[in-house]
Design a protein around this ligand. Structure first.
Ligand code: GLU
Length: 410
């Protein structure tokens, strides 16, 4: 099994070689700026002591302060956080935001922790990294297992040390300086990315069928927004189960059902099927929107769709990527397809720094503009190097970051 950092480095190397970067520059770009591992002890509600390990990896800051989410998940380890931090560097560069890349996480299962325990864990983690983050240094955001409430606690804890600092995190609640549209942003960005891709391929978004893996923040927003555009979602899954319906799933009813029951399992608007089969359903577009590493050498041959949109981070390992390319599948890579979240995070940060508030219309318009421009930039690089979209996106990003690194000097 290839690890997330090995997979990310493979994609990086492929594009770096295409650009003709020298060995020293490659080494400079690939080694992270800083890796931090911290012990986070909390008293649980039952009075016992629990110890968790937290991480923050800051990968690169040549184009601006580092940026990236904080993940609360049992699979969090230094290897994956490293991969995710590096992907953030390329992601912010692909969409041309003035940021570098970072990522953090705590190895824990947030579903087994009470709200009080989660708050204590978030505050302890913040205490351990508060002198390494900041509005001009490194700006965390939500990721898997964290949300606007988590960001509110981080902001509050950080502000105890540094004074009132809303710009230290993004993805905050609206009441605390969050941005309109941030919650939906990754799903909406995916929709705008898909619009560009489909227009380029002369197909209509609403005439295609979709299978979506994941019904968390990204998957559920993608489903809702695609459905609102008239698209037919024929299969969808979450950790509790998967359902399919060749006539299309009623997404508003499913959303309501999941709100009441906590998961997809038991929803009667479709037929239940094994969730491991979701990515291989007959449909036009597959959207992995959950964990990384789900498309592998063993299973990629089973994909039936014509398009894969990577809403999750690193869902496809390099061997799977090669198989999909051989099959003629058109794949929109994670560092572009899911960049809508960090893009609206950028809007939130700028609003905080200026103490100004944009309306939802402006946020969504600017987001669409950025996603459309990035698509054009990627396609230009693709035409120049005659490569796939992932390699083109990496090459675009690496070129921007390496130029900034060189210009800043040693
Ligand atoms: N966690 C999200 C990502 O992987 C958002 C990061 C951010 O907004 O800084 O892109």
């Amino acid at each position: 099994m290839i690890t997330p950092i090995e997979a990310t480095n493979t994609y990086f190397q492929r594009a770096a070689q295409l650009l003709g970067l020298d060995a020293i520059t490659i080494r400079q770009l690939i080694i992270p700026f800083r890796e931090v591992k911290v012990e986070c002890d909390i008293i649980k509600d039952d009075g016992s002591l629990a110890i968790f390990i937290g991480y923050r990896v800051q990968h690169d800051n040549s184009r601006g302060p580092m940026k990236g989410g904080i993940r609360f998940h049992p699979s969090v380890d230094i290897d994956e956080v490293n991969a995710l931090a590096q992907l953030m560097t390329w992601k912010t560069a692909v969409v041309n935001l003035p940021y570098g890349g970072a990522k953090g996480g705590v190895s824990c299962d947030p579903r087994t922790l009470s709200k009080g325990e989660l708050q204590r864990l978030t505050r302890v983690f913040t205490q351990k990294v508060h002198d390494l983050i900041g509005p001009a240094i490194d700006i965390p955001a939500p990721d898997m297992g964290t949300n606007a409430q988590t960001m509110a606690w981080i902001m509050d804890e950080y502000s105890k040390f540094h004074g009132y600092s809303p710009a230290v995190v993004t993805g905050k609640p609206l009441e605390l300086g969050g941005s309109e549209g941030r919650d939906a942003a990754t799903g909406r960005g995916l929709l705008y990315a898909a619009e560009s891709l489909f227009a380029d391929n002369h197909v209509k978004l609403s005439s295609l069928t979709y299978a979506i893996q994941g019904f968390g923040n990204v998957g559920s927003w993608a489903a809702r927004l695609l459905y609102a555009e008239g698209a037919k979602i024929v299969a969808i899954s979450d950790v509790t189960g998967a359902i399919r319906n060749p006539n299309g799933i009623d997404i508003p009813s499913l959303t309501e059902y999941v709100k009441q029951n906590g998961g997809i399992q038991g929803f009667t608007g479709g037929e239940a099927f094994p969730l491991e089969d979701l990515l291989f359903e007959p449909c036009d577009v597959v959207i992995p929107a959950a964990l990384g590493g789900v498309l592998t050498a063993e299973n990629a041959g089973r994909v039936q769709a014509r398009f894969v949109l990577e809403a999750a981070n690193h869902p496809t390992d390099p061997e799977a990527d090669a198989i999909l390319q051989q099959k003629g599948v058109i794949l929109l890579p994670d560092i572009y397809a899911n960049a809508g979240g960090v893009t609206v995070s950028y809007f939130e940060w700028t609003q905080n720094l200026q103490q100004f508030h944009w309306n939802a219309e402006r946020v969504n318009k600017e987001l669409r503009h950025i996603m459309q421009n990035a698509y054009k930039d990627i396609r230009e690089v693709q035409t120049k190097y005659q490569c796939d979209l992932r390699t083109a996106a990496f090459a675009l990003a690496i070129d921007r970051v390496s130029r900034a690194t060189m210009l800043r000097g040693l």
